[in-house]
Write a protein that binds this ligand. Sequence first.
Ligand SMILES: Nc1nc2c(c(=O)[nH]1)N[C@H]1C(S)=C(S)[C@@H](COP(=O)(O)O)O[C@H]1N2
Ligand SMILES: [Mo]
Length: 461
Amino acid sequence: MALFIVHHEYAPDTCPARDPDKAMELLNHLSRPSAARCGVQIKAEAVAQGSHSLILIAEAADEAVLDAYLAPFREAGQVKVTVATSWAAVVSGGACDASPMDMLLDPADACQDALEAGLLIHRVHPLNGETSVPDLAGGAVMPNGRFYLRNHFDIPNLDGDAYRLSVGGMVERPLSLCMRELHNLRAESRVVTLECAGNGRSFFDPAVPGEPWGVGAVSTAEWTGVPLMEVLERAGLRSGATELIFRGADSGLVDGHDTPIRFERGLSLDQVRETGALLAYEMNGEPLSSPHGYPLRLIVPGWYAVTSVKWLTEIVVTDQPCEAYYQAEKYWFHWARNGRDERAPVELMNVRALISSPDEGERLPLGETAIRGVAWSGVGCISRVDVSLNGGSWREARLIGEQRPSSWQWWELITRLDETGPLMVRARATDMAGRTQPERAEWNRLGYGNNSIHSVLAHVI
Ligand SMILES: Nc1nc2c(c(=O)[nH]1)N[C@H]1C(S)=C(S)[C@@H](COP(=O)(O)O)O[C@H]1N2
Ligand SMILES: [Mo]
């Protein structure tokens, strides 16, 4: 479909609005059902007050279809048609005259969908948007459209019918699997929380470079696909194989490299076995959407989501650890401790709770109220969540629903509000391994793993 702006003008003395019959004819022709019959979708229509001109924003397969529909207007006055685009298209295209790129998902469509689903967009090139935390209220999983999006490069638009996953390197039988073959392997479904390692980055002080995430770069979905070990066993691991490299179809330029690089991450075979990593083709019962990795992505339960490689096209089995840019140069904690530099790779998610209700600034009536949210950890299930109101003692919240490792857990505390005024709500999670949240997470150079205790300021009225 193409978008158009139509300017329709009359001389004041021939304005059809003055002639009741003509006016009715055009009014009915302009109705949405009448336009739809002609293959035209009217998005908006307006007449500037005191003028004799009508402006339409309309969608049609092409200009000829629109022209045929506009014939009665042409008889009544002047018609000018302009080929249009959307603000999302212009911003994501980088300029007013940019044209869409081949092989990539139209960045404007992806951006528009994300906006309409209510994501808070941080960047359109590549598209990055976070989930709105008050929207977390509801089911165990996030609806797909509201699942946060984190992309390092533009989004590939892969053809599922032509797609193949190659498995090579130190294997007995190199594989090239199409989606049908993958669907025929044993499938498994798991509810898994993905959190971007940079979630909460914007709260580090002093500020750090990188995507300025609030706390919504986290979501949960039920992922369905083939256990990665199943595919590796089919390929047959050669002796000495210890490491895997996962390559996505996306690529682009990064600091310190003058040619584009592919998005790549690695895991050891032990890590694959421990996590039960999945080659997922479905998200909440629907095929993956392009922004989330269509047609196939890796899901590594418990790990920060950078390892869950989207648009996965290649797995290489080797005996060398992955040296890719996003493995070796990014996704490391760099701390300055006692005057010494220390570092560690970003791996399992830290324990963390978020408050989804009340919302920041929300006005709550006196009386009974429910404080709610989610909590998760990459190490194990959540064992408890404590809530503190206005700096008071910690009170244990009730955990709701099934306890699943690698998936967030809902919690709730019902309390009575007896006094009006500001209400500072804080929530702190503890996992089965006994890890709990710090008051303030340790600052690190690239701003990863910020699991400082979440607080929300509401008002009791
Ligand atoms: N191929 C590829 N996979 C990728 C990325 C990427 O840029 N390219 N981003 C990673 C990061 S940093 C995160 S947080 C998650 C985000 O997954 P989502 O967009 O489905 O929420 O995908 C990971 N997998
Ligand atoms: Mo991420």
